[in-house]
Write a protein that binds this ligand. Structure first.
Ligand code: UD2
Length: 372
């Protein structure tokens, strides 16, 4: 008999498995229908011996000391600050838009102070910032919105930014300085030996049994267990009874080049050309030294693995119906990006899992992240 049956071995499921076993001595069965742990953060060595992320780049950043310290029990870190260039008007310029972006794009020599006026003269403030279009047009105006955001978003989501909630683009700043970092969080680092290694260490405990390649719905009746933590898509748990929640998918194409370094930045975004949105050169993220280099191209897809919940009002409304069903399902706890239908960062999911652990055990939150 297992105390907990946990569905999904990504961040949410693995953190809870670790905490319940190591922190509370519970017997845990962790299932995943894929044949590996780590969820979408799973990475592995390809045929050439290069460490690559199977489901696309995952860049860790957080301002939560609690989350960072918790994960630090299972990995050492490699300091890494993410930088991205966008291919616009035949040039590679920094994104988030900053002082260098504008000066290079328009061949100007503005100061930060002058750039503030430049943006102010172009920004069109919406009475209420509701959509992803409102966010960007409200900061930099329509022309820059068209160059950097409109087509990228249409490609990535299959929707116009005016049809997506503000949250999709709101986390991307616009700067008048020359700071070209993608994130400004306090802790920015990558697991030194990769995500999979970190998950392996998290789940290495005698009270955790991991079963891979197993579908929860097929085995739930035959495995004796007391309670369930479910981290898969919430609509699938309830057999899509109110209809399917939409997710956006991606196809990743990998290409290994016979050169040490291929592109001038970890990621190059292509808002206006090519069917793919961005190209990541894995080496920059992993710090691996190797005579060759692997690139990942991201092709947006309507069908496929459910990567991104699509933040827009009608989807939120449909999710709320499932959420109400979940609240009325005793003995099952829904946690993680897919089970709560949120466009979340990895650190937010870890925080959500630690919070649920604190709630389940009644332990104060600050006492929870203790590795044995
Ligand atoms: C974002 C975050 C990630 C996490 C995740 C949530 C990255 C780089 N970013 O990933 O931290 O929060 O969402 O699951 O890991 N956009 C443009 N043009 C650009 C860049 C972005 O239009 O050049 C728009 C586009 O609609 C895009 C959105 O902004 O989907 C967010 O961009 P992103 O770079 O943060 O990428 P994403 O969504 O993969």
């Amino acid at each position: 008999m297992f105390d907990w049956l946990i569905v999904g071995a990504g961040f949410a499921g693995s953190v809870l498995a670790e905490r319940l076993a190591r922190g509370s001595g519970k017997r845990v069965l962790l299932l995943d229908k894929r044949r590996h742990i780590g969820g979408n953060a799973y990475d592995h060595y390809d045929d050439e011996g290069l460490l690559v992320p199977k489901y696309g780049p995952h860049i860790f950043h957080t301002s939560s000391k609690e989350v960072f310290e918790y994960l630090s029990h299972f990995t050492t870190w490699r300091p890494y600050q993410h930088r991205v260039l966008a291919s616009v008007d035949g040039q590679l310029v920094p994104i988030p838009i900053n002082l260098d972006t504008i000066n290079r794009l328009y061949n100007l020599r503005l100061t930060s102070f002058e750039l503030e006026a430049f943006f102010a003269a172009r920004a069109e403030k919406a009475p209420r910032v509701r959509t992803s279009e409102d966010v960007i047009v409200g900061k930099v105006g329509r022309e820059l919105y068209e160059k950097f955001f409109r087509n990228y978003t249409r490609k990535q989501w299959g929707l116009d930014p005016s049809e997506l909630d503000a949250s999709v683009t709101a986390h991307i700043p616009v700067r008048t300085s020359r700071d070209d970092r993608y994130f400004t969080d306090t802790f920015q680092a990558m697991p030194l030996r990769g995500y999979t290694r970190m998950f392996e260490r998290m789940l290495d405990h005698p009270k955790i049994k991991v079963m891979l390649g197993v579908d929860f719905h097929e085995v739930k009746e035959s495995i004796p267990h007391a309670q369930v933590i479910y981290t898969g898509p919430i609509d699938a748990y309830f057999e899509d009874c109110y209809g399917k929640l939409p997710y956006r998918s991606l196809e990743f194409r990998f290409e290994t080049k016979n050169t040490q370094v291929f592109q001038p930045a970890p990621v190059v975004n292509h808002p206006n050309e090519h069917p793919y949105t961005r190209v990541t050169e894995c080496k920059y993220l992993t710090g691996q030294e190797h005579p060759k280099t692997t690139l990942v191209y991201e092709y947006p897809r309507a069908e496929g693995e459910p990567y991104y919940p699509i933040p827009r009002p009608e989807n939120a409304e449909l999710y709320r119906k499932y959420e109400a069903l979940a609240a009325a399902t005793p003995g099952v706890h829904f946690v993680g990006r897919l089970a709560t239908y949120r466009y979340s960062n990895m650190d937010q999911v870890v925080a959500q899992a630690l919070e649920l652990y604190a709630k389940l055990t009644g332990l104060p939150r600050e006492r929870t992240p203790l590795a044995a």
